[in-house]
Design a protein around this ligand. Structure first.
Ligand SMILES: Cc1cc2nc3c(=O)[nH]c(=O)nc-3n(C[C@H](O)[C@H](O)[C@H](O)COP(=O)(O)OP(=O)(O)OC[C@H]3O[C@@H](n4cnc5c(N)ncnc54)[C@H](O)[C@@H]3O)c2cc1C
Length: 468
């Protein structure tokens, strides 16, 4: 019996990678995208020009045979470069060494590479076709093109990779209560740009191999490098309320004044601050909570369509890519599709719930804690324990970014480790005199060892030689 065609709605990052993996494992795949083909029309991004790619995303790309190609377009980021108000900078490494780094990739470049891969794997792509409605009982999808022309498409298996505002999710909700809730964050964002410098030596105006953060308590800026030397800067602050907020910083002049007082070292670098601020919209951020991801074997939601999260752990795409590996594996088994979809939700949901919570927690860490002396002391103690007892201690950030240990495990273990660090620190203000052997003994006595870090779920890959 030939397998039925799988229709994927949305040829963004997750949809295109899923189409690649399913195509490679012999499924017939149809990929339907509302935008024009970005390889011909240019990439109509709209948000986050670049993204941080970490081990979970890399693993999925590796399984699709695309890791080297993607990394050849990426910039390595070793850690966060913290810019204090007085202009001093300090690199806080993410991992132990250069085997534990994250990568800045262009959203448009990655999407186009994935579309090529999906087509090479046999997927048939249909651009400029928006899903506008669906009768999921009969498996009839209604598509509309930009000129308003409508057509119907029969689809026995439909997967919604159509992002946070998923049209397939809306159609599914007509048939059954999906237990949907979106918590909007009270903070929004605006994208700005540091352009490349004029010469090869000054191509990157600030350290290339870092994710830059200007933490300012209730608000912050971050900047991620692009290969040609520019940085995409994102200003995060509250939508409303006391200064600064998007309610009080409403125009380019107010934005300049904010940067003069709060980000003086960044101001001269963002050459077109006034133009960027005026031209770019304020982005909204939120967390989507969804109890039901599928209707038996007929349709399923994946990526942001089922678990959109705030971007402060740099894991939304990574989690979506991890979804694609899990789903492709389940669909390769000789199971009923409904059972595969149910297993997918059972395996993924506890983990995507955990990364949703960690992403919210990380906002406070990024905009505030990274310059708090107690946080820094705890971080240093954690680093020393990881050296002393590597089989027993790994920071939560490392578990999330450099391993494929389940997110839910990373969150629980991170909590237990944090309690232990607090206990070991007590009221200390420095680590001098702290007996690290005794601390490691306490750690071993109170927490079980970490899972085997050399098995399938934790792979330390030497980074490929970077030409940057
Ligand atoms: C500011 C910001 C920064 C971020 N930074 C990071 C980061 O550093 N690292 C990270 O891992 N994640 C990051 N993310 C999250 C990441 O962008 C998302 O998790 C990821 O894009 C989800 O991919 P997706 O394919 O599920 O959805 P999307 O990227 O939203 O793609 C959905 C696709 O479906 C198409 N579509 C929508 N509706 C229809 C329709 N009705 N019919 C047909 N097609 C449709 C869209 O045009 C689009 O191509 C960030 C997000 C934001 C907002």
């Amino acid at each position: 019996m030939p397998r039925p065609t799988v229709t994927i709605i949305g040829a963004g990052l997750v949809g295109a990678l899923l189409a690649t993996l399913l195509g490679q494992s012999g499924h017939r795949v149809r990929l339907v995208e509302k935008r024009a083909d970005p390889r011909r029309a240019g990439f109509a991004g709209g948000r986050s020009i670049n993204l941080a790619l970490a081990e979970r995303g890399l693993d999925a790309l590796r399984k699709a045979g695309l890791e080297a190609q993607v990394l050849a377009q990426a910039v390595m980021m070793r850690g966060r470069m913290v810019h204090e108000p007085n202009g001093t900078t300090n690199l806080q490494r993410y991992g132990l060494d250069d085997r534990e780094v994250i990568w800045s990739v262009s959203r448009g470049g990655l999407n186009m590479l994935l579309l090529d891969a999906a087509e090479q794997a046999g997927a048939r792509t249909h651009f400029g076709q928006a899903l506008v409605d669906a009768d999921l009982r009969t498996g009839t999808l209604q598509l509309q093109s930009a000129d308003g022309t409508c057509r119907t498409l029969e689809s026995a298996i439909t997967i919604g990779a159509d992002g946070a505002g998923s049209a397939l999710r809306a159609a599914m909700a007509h048939e059954s209560d999906l237990g949907e809730r979106t918590d909007m964050l009270a903070h929004g964002y605006k994208e700005l740009e540091i352009p490349p410098g004029p010469t090869e030596q000054t191509r990157f105006a600030i350290e290339a191999h870092a994710l830059h953060i200007w933490p300012r308590g209730g608000y912050m800026c971050i900047a991620l490098p692009n290969r040609e030397g520019s940085f995409t800067v994102t200003l995060f602050m509250p939508h409303a309320g006391a200064h600064p907020s998007f309610e009080t910083v409403t125009d380019a002049t107010a934005a300049s004044a904010l940067f003069e007082t709060s980000f003086p070292d960044a101001l001269p670098l963002i050459v077109d601050l006034k133009r960027d601020f005026q031209a770019h919209p304020v982005g909204m951020l939120g967390t989507l909570y969804l109890e039901r991801w599928h209707l038996d074997g007929r349709c399923l939601l994946i990526g942001d369509a089922s678990h959109a999260i705030v971007p402060f752990h740099g894991q939304g795409m990574n989690a979506g890519f991890e979804d694609t590996v899990c789903l492709a594996r389940l669909l390769a088994e000789p199971n009923d599709t409904g059972d595969a979809f149910a297993a997918f939700q059972a395996q993924r949901k506890p983990n995507t719930d955990a990364i949703a919570a960690m992403a919210l927690e990380n906002y406070v860490e990024m905009r505030d804690s990274v310059i708090d002396p107690h946080y820094l002391l705890k971080r240093e103690l954690g680093r020393r324990l990881a050296e002393h007892a590597p089989g027993h201690f790994m920071s939560r950030y490392r578990m999330v970014s450099f391993t494929r240990l389940p997110y839910a495990y990373a969150r629980e273990r991170g909590r237990a480790q944090d309690t232990l660090l607090e206990q070991l620190l007590g009221k200390r203000r420095q680590l001098d005199g702290l007996d690290m052997d005794a601390a490691a003994r306490t750690l071993r006595a109170s927490l079980p060892p970490l899972p085997n870090l050399h098995d399938e779920c934790h792979v330390l890959h030497p980074p490929p030689a970077s030409d940057l």
